[in-house]
Design a protein around this ligand. Sequence first.
Ligand code: ADP
Length: 496
Amino acid sequence: MHIAMAASEAIPFAKTGGLADVCGTLPVQLSRIGHSCSLFLPAYRGAKRVAANLTDTHISFVVDMAGKPMTAHVLKTQIPNSQVDVYLIDQPHYFDRDHLYGDAHGDFRDNCERFSFFARGVVEAIHRLQLPVDIIHCHDWQSGLVPAYQRVGYRGFPWYSQAASLMTIHNLAYQGRFWGADMPLTGLDWRYFNWQQMEFYGDLNMLKTGIAFADMVTTVSPSYAREIQSPAEGCGLDGVLRSKANRLVGIVNGVDYSVWDPMHDPHIAQRYGVSDWKSGKEACKRDLQAQMQLPLREEVPLIGLIGRLAEQKGWGLVIPLLERWVEEHDVQWVILGNGEPRYAHALEEIARRHPERVAARLEFSDPLAHRIEAGCDLFLMPSRYEPCGLNQLYSLRYGSVPVVHAIGGLIDTVCNTTEETLQHGTATGFAFTKYDLESLEICLLKGVELYSRNPELWSKLVHAGMTQDWSWSKSAESYLATYQRARELAAIEGRL
Ligand code: ADP
């Protein structure tokens, strides 16, 4: 199959979150199993800097941005060590900046214009490159206009008569919602500015546009696919998603085990696998305690946390929990996160008052993230909502037992410990259902007590987690089946 992907992030070119991991690894996996895959990204300053062997395709064209002619230039590189071609849509006015979406002053004010330009650039570039395309796979709101251009702007163009489209939602909370008067920037007719297609309470909504025009829609776990159809978790789009229910599929993200596996992780003090995890984790725990200036105590449970400092990730529960636990429980905490200052200050303050129990690094550090995964005993992920989540998957492989809120991708990947799941050997972690401090506390206590009192059962949990396979191979197969379904639906509706 010929697949073209459009995204605003992909490792190693540009990353702010899990989206980049997915868009940098899924195309590689698809191409490894025999499909041709190309990826379209904005030519950010950082992306051009890291792109090896960047070449000029000599394809450029003018995009009319509401009367302002802007030239798009198409550059080409590859995802390292792969057959995946990457096309960068270049226009320095929009993309030659230090950040992807905004800076210290907030979101860039011209994001609507930047990503309308990007989406139009992608569709026009595919046409001019004469790339054969069976499916156009779009990720998040930044490429949400692509299915609309393909369906209405380029109807009848030979390069699109064989293509269906897929829209993937990585986080429904980010929709690309702009002032309705920005509609001319899209170049699409005002007649599409209606409540069933592009309009959302008077605004222009790019994610909604993608959902409305795509042949199929996916999100990143089956539970999240169900949750976002409810008013509580639908961020205002639950009605649109319910109307697309038979075209909405949840596919859990895969893990890149060439990067996240303690067997060959270059960042950790001692490599280990399922047969020698005890000695391996002991060495990594000592190393982590030393690096974080915590007392070197082997027997104390060490709890790890990594994540954006945003309300979504559950810091509103973690901070009061820490306040209570630093007084009452003999456990150590290692926390890594950056983001909202209100959480950063609170964490800094707790760590300052209790340096023997809490170590907090308020920065982005990939090597430290690896060391935490290897060195902690329990990994806490109490996200209020979580479309998929990656760190709980890394934790399973690193033998760090995850403690999670039972929602979205977390409950699809972590099996709560009960008598029954222990007996069946399926238990891999601990999960709490009600999103409040008491439920979190009871759940975490259960984990800590099992760790301290029953090493034999603990080993069973670690073993079950470490031997699970969350690699891309299964997820890539699910994407292929979805591409096929999108094509069938487009054919039934007379578009192919
Ligand atoms: P999201 O995309 O919502 O931020 P995910 O769990 O899907 O959450 O992915 C987050 C990714 O970013 C993971 O690979 C995680 O390890 C990494 N990450 C998040 N915060 C940090 C940080 N402060 N330092 C290093 N890595 C981080």
